[in-house]
Each structure stands twice: as structure tokens, then as C-alpha cells.
Ligand binder design. Sequence first.
Ligand SMILES: [Zn+2]
Length: 222
Amino acid sequence: MLERLKEEVWRANLALPENNLVVGTTGNVSGMDRENRYVVIKPSGVPYKSLKQDDLVVVDLEGRVVEGKKKPSVDTPHHLYLYRNLEDVGSVIHTHSPQATMFAMLEQPIPVYNTTHADIFGVEIPCTPYVGNQADHIGKAILKYRKEGCPAILLGKHGVFTFDEAPAKALRASIMLEYVAMTAKGALELASTLRVKLTAMPPQEAKLWYLRHHGGGYGQSE
Ligand SMILES: [Zn+2]
């Protein structure tokens, strides 16, 4: 079980640079084994290029290293805070992906401007005010400002957290959030050039797209 989770977390970590969501060694993916209450997370400061599955660190919910020779990511306390407080979360990803971080720098949520955003997130991507990374400040801000059902949040002047039931899903939220931020930013610039107004989709319409995407009928049945 833990080996499979390690592989999923390792693959999702490697997918961050592949999808241009990170620079240098920033960013990290973790996954939780709910049965054993262990969390698998990226080690601190290891370049993605040389990251091996065995480099991942296993910690308990208090952050004590259970397995692994390396130090866990410096962001581990924020990941653990989310696992302790959100029962249905099985994976957490933190990045400073550039387009989404631009909105975070301005402490602006991203309204639902297109159907892709509505499909995946259903509501505007919320943004927390700026908080420092000491103690539980980041975890508490995420809990306070997150929106039910939305697997992503912007951290004021900082970056992005996504969280979902498994690493592949949290990764998809990170990738789609960057697409959503890129198209929102581009459309806002274009609207300014053309002197037209970009408007958000009505919330009830956004919800219909979200429900169709999440409630069956979309994709291939297994
Ligand atoms: Zn960060």
C-alpha cells in the first residue's frame, strides 16, 4: 500500500517540472495513507531531476520521520495541518506556478470566466490574505478561506495549494488551475486592450458545469 502511494507521490512530483509548475526545487507533493495515518512527502531541497522514489520521506501526522534518510520538505507542517483537518483529503500539492501566483501576488481570487474553470472548480478560486509560514498560519488560512468542493486555493503573495483524494487528482487541479489563471490573465489583458468588460459566469451556471463534470455522464464509464 505504502509502496504504491510512494510511486504515485513520486510520479506527481516529477510531473510538476514537466508541466512548468515549479522552478528550481520549489514545490512539493505529498500523499496520505489514511489507514496507517502516514504521509509520504518530497524531501527538502532535492532537485526534481535526481529525485528517486526512495528519496521520499514518510512521516506521521505529527511530522516525526517514520522512514527515509532525508529531511522532509520544509512545507511538511502545512501539508500535515490539512490532512489533520480535512478528512477526505489524500494528497496535497504546493507550488508557486507562475500564472496563478500572479493573482496571488495581487491577493485576488480568480472568478469563473470559462467553462473549464467551472468544470473542475465550480466556484471562484479563493485567495487568502498574506500570512507568514510560521506555525499553522498557512494551514489555518487555507481552512478559513477555502471553498467547499473546490480543490485549489491561492495564498496571498505566495503561491498555490491544491488538495484532493489522490496525487493524480491533486496534480490535475494544479495543472488546470495554471490553465485557468493563464486564460483569465490573458482575457483580462485583452479586455483592457479592447476596452470591453470581462464578466464572470453566473454562479448557478458554473455549478451546472461542475455537477455535470463531477456527477457522472462525463468521460468513459469503467
Ligand atoms: Zn511556497
